[in-house]
Design a protein around this ligand. Structure first.
Ligand code: DGJ
Length: 695
């Protein structure tokens, strides 16, 4: 059992890590330890008992509480802020009871209760032993007879070991330019990253990694965590006056309120966090395995090579244009043909049609059946693009239900890409969309859905809200999960892809439903290298849909473009009709190669050998779980002459076994490849893929 209980404390152990907290002498639930697993549960330090020593430094301010509420003389960032019906606005939580559930994934519940009000907060801990991850979330229950307003309720506060000076690494970006890695020292005060956009956003990702400034890809202490949530979120790293560092993570409290009626409970989304001595690479691999094995609906299904019509035909889709692409895609070895935007009623451009989810009668006079039948006859599966949360004012749906969109009464409704957002917090809206998309999936042979979401929120109003209208931020995402979850349950074979104008909804919340993420609308391959590296900090390669398109085609060889996309789940999005026979034949060869290596790429361990964000010569390697084979990709963008490329030191091989690397004569020990390295010769904008096999 990985959870040990003593009178006043608990120790949670995973394969290589330990996490401990307990009650101190003042009865406060206090953090004790997070780091390498210790030999004996008795080795973990006791809960500290800080003493106040001056009028402005109260013990409450100094105590590393496991889940601090706003109370006492305490100005560190609390996890919980509430208002009671009588106007009292603090919350004094004390330990009430603990419960251990010996399930497949063991769970510990710690019940805290306010000293004066019938209000209980339960801290939930689940131990994902094999993945070195601890999961935390919180439920708050109103046992009284008057409502309580939750104003902030975070999922967890993660405490880093005392005495360290830390650096925080996170991801930032924007549309077309997502997932840039950024690291900076944490200084006294608060460092906040967040989304207020209704989705997890292109701009920051609900992920952090903290180290002492000396970890690299392969070694060093790294503490990392995520929030599994697809809406507004916040991460707040705080270095307190006394140099203790904690990182809080949860729902964003900006414009947030939740009215907890008598008898009701509220559950936060989960946060998963871990510690590793294996550097940033070690942290990523833990998340990758966890996501693949436990979160994804089809985490161990090999993804098919897909073709997507968007960059080729934009809104100009119709039966003949798509069938022309279908024929060529099939010849090249594509296995899944996805028709993107433009297929539904009234959709000639981005000003009309969203909401009217049936085939456009002019473009598809006989419905989608003839196209799908042709796709299937050529041995491929068929996939379709939808954007269910959106509506164009110019649509039958909006004309019938103008009140269904998110808006403030009386204010102009700001459109983004000419569209408004359906209020998925409303059950009637959810039911309508479930019905529409369900019909589509029931009537057609559809194996894949790309679920898009192409704007951020404005005027976040919900005029008919039954509770506090600010609940919209959370209820919208719960509604989204309900709609998508219902469709998934009714059509469990469908592979869903999460897209929000590229990577605007890339998070562990959506990966309960979607197997893939459309990483970025930027498909230019050199930009993509950097975006993919950022993405790989969190997400495994099988979730990373990557197309070869015509972006960058004039300057960058097709081979390079394929190699970049082969680092994830390969897709093609170029205009195949314009490609010509020679290019299509070359593409067919890369697709065939990808089919030979994709099990290693999609399911293997990922090692980032050289960063494309930091340098123009980069490399990434995938190693099968049994270490019998590996695949290496190396890329050179632009280096001023004379450029001498450094060796690539492979990773993850068994040191004493022998391996052959494609293109290099003679087998060598894993140790030799890892320590003496391998030279590849590349000119500007050249790349290579090498298969590596144990002999
Ligand atoms: C944004 C997506 O990211 C693109 O791939 C494409 O599907 C368009 N939307 C279609 O409108």
């Amino acid at each position: 059992m990985p959870i040990h209980t003593t009178d006043r404390g608990w120790v949670l152990e995973t394969r290589t890590t330990g996490y401990a907290f307990g009650l101190n002498q003042a009865g406060l639930l206090t953090h004790r330890y997070w780091g390498a697993r210790l030999p004996d549960p008795a080795d973990y330090p006791a809960a500290p008992n800080p003493a106040g020593w001056a009028s402005f430094n109260n013990p409450a301010q100094l105590t590393a509480e496991e889940y601090p509420g706003y109370d006492d003389i305490k100005f560190i960032d609390p996890c919980l802020k509430v208002s009671f019906a009588d106007g009292v606005r603090d919350v004094v939580l004390r330990f009430e009871s603990a419960e251990l559930r010996e399930l497949d994934i063991p769970e510990l519940l710690i019940n805290l209760r306010d000293t004066m009000y019938p209000f209980r907060v339960t801290l939930h801990y689940r131990v994902h032993e094999a993945y070195d991850l601890i999961e935390r979330w919180v439920t708050a229950t109103n046992h009284g007879e008057t409502p309580i307003t939750l104003e902030r309720i975070w999922s967890a506060q993660w405490h880093l070991p005392l005495g360290g000076e830390y650096r925080m690494t996170h991801l930032h970006g924007r549309w077309l330019d997502e997932m840039h890695l950024r690291s900076e020292p944490l200084a006294p005060g608060r460092k906040v990253i967040e989304s207020r956009r209704l989705t997890s956003s292109h701009h920051h990702n609900p992920w952090f990694a903290a180290d002492r400034g000396n970890a690299d890809e392969n070694a060093g202490d790294v503490w990392f965590g995520v929030l599994a949530w697809s809406g507004n979120w916040q991460i707040c790293a705080e270095v307190t006056d006394f140099a203790s560092t904690r990182i809080s993570i949860g729902l964003n409290d900006w414009d947030f309120a939740w009215r907890l009626a008598p008898g009701e409970a509220f559950a936060t989304p989960p946060s998963y966090a871990g510690y590793t001595a294996g550097g940033f690479g070690g942290a990523s691999r833990r998340l990758h395995d966890f996501i693949r094995d436990t979160l994804l609906p089809h985490g161990h299904t090999l993804h098919k090579v897909l073709y997507n019509s968007w960059e080729a035909t934009l809104f100009d889709v119709d039966e003949p244009s798509q069938i022309a692409l279908v024929e060529l895609a099939a010849e090249m070895g594509v296995e899944l043909f996805v028709m993107d935007d433009g297929w539904f009623h009234g959709r000639d451009n981005d000003t009309a049609g969203l909401g009217d989810w049936w085939p456009d009668e002019r473009k598809f006079p006989n419905g989608l059946a003839p196209l799908i039948e042709r796709v299937n006859a050529l041995g491929m599966e068929f996939g379709l693009w939808i954007e269910p949360e959106m509506v164009n004012p110019n649509s039958d749906l909006y004309r019938a239900h103008p009140d269904w969109v998110i808006h403030f009464p009386g204010r102009p409704r700001t459109t983004g890409r000419n569209q408004l957002i359906l209020n998925f917090a409303r059950a009637d809206v959810q039911d309508h969309i479930i019905d529409r998309i369900d019909r589509l999936l029931a009537q057609q042979n559809i194996a894949f859905i790309k679920w898009d979401m192409n704007r951020n929120v404005s005027e976040p109003g919900w005029p008919s809200a039954p509770g506090d209208p600010r609940e919209i931020w959370v209820r919208y995402v719960q509604g989204l999960y309900r709609v998508w979850g219902t469709l998934y349950e009714r059509h469990p074979h469908v592979i869903w892809q999460s897209c929000s104008g590229g990577g605007g909804r890339a998070d562990l919340g959506i990966l309960h439903l979607a197997d893939q993420i459309w990483v970025s609308d930027n498909t230019e391959p050199t930009a993509r290298l950097a975006i993919q590296e950022g993405f790989s900090q969190i997400f495994p390669a099988n979730t990373m849909e990557a197309w070869v398109t015509d972006m960058g085609a004039a300057e960058i060889p097709l081979e390079f473009r394929f190699h970049v996309s082969m680092c994830g789940s390969l897709g093609v999005g170029g205009h195949l009709v314009r490609w010509g026979a020679a290019r299509r034949e070359e593409a067919a060869r890369w697709i065939a190669l990808y089919k030979e290596i994709r099990h290693v790429v999609q399911f293997g361990d990922l090692y980032r050998l050289r960063s494309p964000q930091a340098q123009p010569f980069s490399a990434v390697q995938y190693v099968s779980k049994d270490h019998s084979e590996a695949v290496l990709f190396a890329f050179r963008t632009h280096l001023p002459p004379p450029a001498q490329l450094p060796p690539l030191y492979l990773r993850g091989l068994d040191p004493n076994d022998h391996y052959e690397v494609e293109g290099v004569a003679g087998a060598r020990s894993g140790s030799a490849w890892m320590h003496a390295g391998l030279h590849v010769e590349l000119l500007d904008f050249q790349s290579t893929v090498r298969r590596i096999k144990r002999v």
